[in-house]
Write a protein that binds this ligand. Structure first.
Ligand code: GLU
Length: 608
């Protein structure tokens, strides 16, 4: 491109901007009864973007655009991650929002250090290990009964997570970062096929709650693709939080509204005044909300092929489980092996690490998680020694990581020390060199199904990530007062041998997050794939069961000859990531096909 063309391009852009401002001014004068803003057209969607000045990848083009706009205005990666995640709460409200929680892995370029924030939901003070046991039958509740209830709702953590991240690393006030999402919530966004599909999947639940039907359905049905959906309640909530700060979520009228929704779920009633669905009441109190804290935690870290792979420690099992698998795989020359052999090793390593995850990982505030042992190379060697040329009979037994280090690396680190130093996934890199890998969630698609009346967001069902059956008293993941359920979320940042960011990624997908993230790691670090190739490639995941979940494209016939059995699951995960190429070039990437594709963008496709 010649300089002249660039200049002319700039002139056109300036004229376009001026015209846009005039239009916006005219539009901003509201006609009586009309919304103040017009619907925001869907930004263009690309699965890969390469360029400069910062990069954002999310599952949704509005969210990617919100993050890019903040970066373009000088914001940093933490600012952009907050703006993008707030937008996801509007345009992808069933995956993750202020009604849920998540985990931030942050690389600070200034400190040359990775830190993590645990913004996971907590169980109310009234929780006991038998929370999900039916008091009448004494049997664990069926999952759908537990899910669609007040009992499953944990104290949401995302807003405190935003606050902590911004206090330490942010450069813009929360109000500014919520503004793009507030505008889209108020003016409306264009529903796409994926939104409709997700609404339709949950229709029977959404129809049964007055607030949810009012917020997300149109005449009781899923909104059609191409139609515009507004969420003025959420716009007001964002405006309120922006003005008052995070405390306004955890005390006062909003906290009370959350408690009311949990303890008296707004179930639709029939003509006789009877609720159309039996929904168990929860026991959350305003004291539970006031007591909520997001926590700085040490990241997990393993050395893999000369790189340092940082992940999320307990209460997520993501970092320890992906780390253990990578430690096991490091003993094999993965780069030189045929695909079938690599997949065999991956399945076997996943089963072993999954056995250890289930035996040892829970909230480190409640159970002594042997993080150091789980991540020790010597422990991995004992697990590796169990892998043979054929599939092991599964489930395999857990090992004994405590013999290889007892320290819980997941100790809470005070905020000051760190300073020196539904799921959906947002990956952001900024021009300053900071990186954020943020996975957050309301658990199931649509969470508990309960929308906080008047506030426009769904409450999570994250507490169903606890184990339901208290018969196994050794289970590290039984519910308890104030405890955080074990997660599989695996936001990841990889630094190269010189300590520079190399790639960052993550995904939703429940337990299959772990398999998804492992594919992204070995595809890039062993198999020489670019980030877009690593994301597009087919995936599998073994959860220490006889059957391995797989996507089409995995060579299952060849693996079956080695004793593996398979169950189709399509898709597995929905990844986003950023790769740091040479000469300061950034590459953002999202799914090209899965779930209708994600959205990647860079601030500038060309160097300035
Ligand atoms: N609740 C899950 C977890 O924390 C995530 C759910 C999902 O990815 O769909 O591991």
């Amino acid at each position: 491109m010649s300089v002249d063309v660039v200049r002319r391009g700039r002139l056109a852009a300036v004229l376009g901007l001026l015209l846009g401002m005039v239009v916006a001014l005219v539009w901003a004068v509201p006609a009586a009864g009309q919304p103040r803003h017009r619907p925001a057209p869907a930004p263009p969607k690309a699965a890969t973007a390469t360029g400069y000045g910062g990069a954002v990848a999310t599952l949704d083009p509005y969210a990617t655009q919100a993050g890019l706009d903040i970066l373009a205005r000088g914001g940093n990666a933490v600012d952009a991650a907050v703006a993008a995640s707030a937008m996801l709460g509007v345009t992808r409200p069933y995956d993750g929002s202020i009604g849920g929680g998540g985990f931030f892995v942050i690389y600070s370029a200034k400190d040359r250090k990775v830190t993590t924030i645990d913004a996971r939901e907590t169980a109310p003070a009234a929780a006991t290990p038998s929370r999900f046991v039916d008091p009448v039958t004494k049997a664990p509740l069926a999952f759908p009964d537990a899910r669609v209830s007040g009992l499953s709702v944990g104290v949401p953590g995302l807003v405190r997570g935003w606050e902590l991240a911004l206090e330490e690393y942010g450069s813009k006030p929360l109000r500014k970062l919520l503004e793009p999402a507030r505008e889209v919530a108020e003016g409306g966004f264009v529903v796409d096929a994926e939104f409709e599909r997700r609404t339709a999947q949950n229709l029977a639940i959404f129809q049964d709650f007055t607030s949810t039907a009012e917020t997300f359905l149109v005449d009781g049905a899923a909104p059609e693709p191409g139609s515009v959906l507004r969420n003025e309640d959420l716009a007001d909530t964002y405006e309120f939080l922006g003005r008052k700060g995070a405390d306004a979520f955890y005390e006062g009228e909003l906290a009370q509204a959350i408690v009311d929704a949990v303890t008296t779920p707004p179930v639709v009633r029939d003509a006789a005044g009877e609720p159309v669905r039996a929904v168990r009441r929860g026991d959350m109190t305003v004291t539970d909300l006031a007591a909520y804290e997001a926590l700085w935690r040490k990241p997990t870290m393993v050395d893999y092929r000369g790189n340092k792979v940082f992940g999320m420690g307990p209460p997520s099992s993501g970092g320890t489980t992906t780390g253990e698998v990578l430690n096991i795989l490091e003993g094999f020359a993965v780069a030189d092996l045929p695909e079938e052999e690599v997949l065999h090793l991956l399945i076997e390593a996943e089963a072993l690490a999954w056995a250890d995850r289930n035996a040892y990982v829970g909230d480190p505030g409640f159970v002594d998680v042997p993080v150091a042992g789980l991540l020790s190379e010597e422990f991995a060697a004992t697990r590796r020694a169990l892998i043979g040329p054929r599939a092991a009979v599964k489930p395999v037994a857990p090992g004994n990581p405590r013999a290889f280090g007892t320290g819980s690396e997941a100790l809470i680190v005070p905020a000051a020390a760190a300073g020196e130093g539904s799921t959906t996934h947002v990956t952001v890199a900024d021009k300053f060199g900071n990186v954020v890998s943020l996975t957050f969630s309301i658990e199931q698609i649509g969470g508990s199904g309960i929308t906080v009346p008047g506030y426009g967001f769904l409450l999570n069902n994250q507490l169903t990530d606890f184990s339901f059956d208290p018969a196994n008293a050794d289970d590290p993941n039984l519910p308890d007062a104030g405890k955080r359920p074990r997660s599989s979320m695996s936001p990841t940042i990889v630094l190269d041998d010189r300590g520079r960011p190399l790639t960052a990624f993550g995904s939703p997908g429940g337990p299959r997050i772990i398999g998804t993230v492992l594919h992204l790691a070995i595809n890039q670090l062993d198999r020489g794939m670019t980030l877009p190739e690593a994301i597009a490639a087919p995936r599998l995941m073994n959860q220490n069961s006889p059957d391995t979940f797989y996507e089409p494209g995995i060579p299952i016939e060849a693996l079956a000859r080695r004793g593996h059995a398979f169950t189709l699951m399509n898709p597995i995960g929905n990844a986003t990531g950023v790769r740091f190429l040479e000469h300061k070039v950034l590459q953002a990437a999202a799914e090209p096909v899965r779930a209708d594709g994600g959205s990647a963008g860079v601030v500038r496709p060309v160097r300035r």
